[in-house]
Write a protein that binds this ligand. Structure first.
Ligand SMILES: C[S@@+](CC[C@H](N)C(=O)[O-])C[C@H]1O[C@@H](n2cnc3c(N)ncnc32)[C@H](O)[C@@H]1O
Length: 248
């Protein structure tokens, strides 16, 4: 059992997550550019790379952006989703990330695509940095859905390379503690009809997630999966629906 009460990480998920961290850290050692969805994007070292993982592209294509409404992206990374939200007609876009490099990267891409005046940026843990009255029509996080289990336990070796440490935070969430804060903190940040989405995958621990969601008063509905689009990892765009039958 994990701290969040689930079945824990599969070895395959941890191996795949470690591969992603190491290949990104070794492959992106300076600023580069990449193409996605017919646009050119900047990518800084230490930031989750949409070129090494198709999740960014899949979720960005799948999110029902609230045209004319407000969108919050938690964990914006290079900023592809936040910038696309602005380009697709969201009235206001707010993007946060715990990584300073990610916030800088999103600013670069917002400027590159002429949307810097439409995107508010915060560096912080989850909803920190938002004004007390700020509410959103849609909140989304492409989360670090792999719980590394014992790899990040008390006996784990510290990661001395800061770039690798940032990338680990983009891929792994020990004990799903950050997922817990996302689910428990989101309700106070939604408008009356606001929607809460999560980018997850079959590499994640669904039992733990279901438990955390129920604790926060939500049930999980699958909006779209990548299963039919490509073989390999199944990325899942989940919606957290308020469930008054859940135990609080
Ligand atoms: C899977 S990456 C997704 C990045 C980007 N949204 C994308 O799709 O390319 C997860 C992101 O969440 C950020 N993150 C992890 N823990 C966080 C926290 N507690 N608060 C805010 N952001 C966090 C990471 O720094 C990383 O940028």
């Amino acid at each position: 059992m994990t701290a969040a009460g689930g079945s824990g990480p599969s070895k395959g998920a941890v191996v795949r997550g470690s591969w992603l961290v190491n290949s990104t850290a070794d492959g992106v050692t300076g600023p580069v550019t990449f193409r996605l969805h017919d646009r050119e994007w900047d990518l800084l070292p230490g930031v989750f790379a949409p070129t090494y993982c198709v999740s960014t592209g899949f979720f960005t294509e799948s999110i029902p952006f609230p045209v004319g409404g407000s969108f919050l992206e938690v964990g914006c990374g290079a900023g592809v989703t936040a910038v696309t939200a602005g380009a697709r007609g969201c009235r206001s876009v707010t993007a946060t990330d715990i990584s300073e490099a990610a916030v800088r990267n999103t600013a670069l891409n917002a400027a590159r695509h002429g949307l810097l005046d439409r995107i508010e940026l915060h560096r912080g843990d989850m909803f920190d940095g938002l004004g007390p009255e700020e509410r959103f029509d849609l909140i989304f996080w492409n989360s670090p859905f792999i719980d590394p289990g014992a790899e990040d336990g008390p006996g784990a070796r510290p990661v001395r390379d800061e770039r690798r440490a940032q990338l680990r935070r983009a891929v792994f969430d020990p004990g799903y503690r950050a997922h817990g804060r996302y689910l428990s903190g989101a309700r106070a940040r939604l408008t009356a009809t606001g929607r809460l989405l999560l980018g997850f995958s079959d590499l994640g621990d669904h039992d733990s997630l279901r438990r955390l969601a129920a604790d926060a008063g939500y049930r999980i509905s699958v909006l779209r999966t990548s299963r039919d689009l490509a073989p390999g990892v199944d990325y899942q765009l989940l919606e957290l629906l308020p469930d008054d039958t859940c135990a609080r």
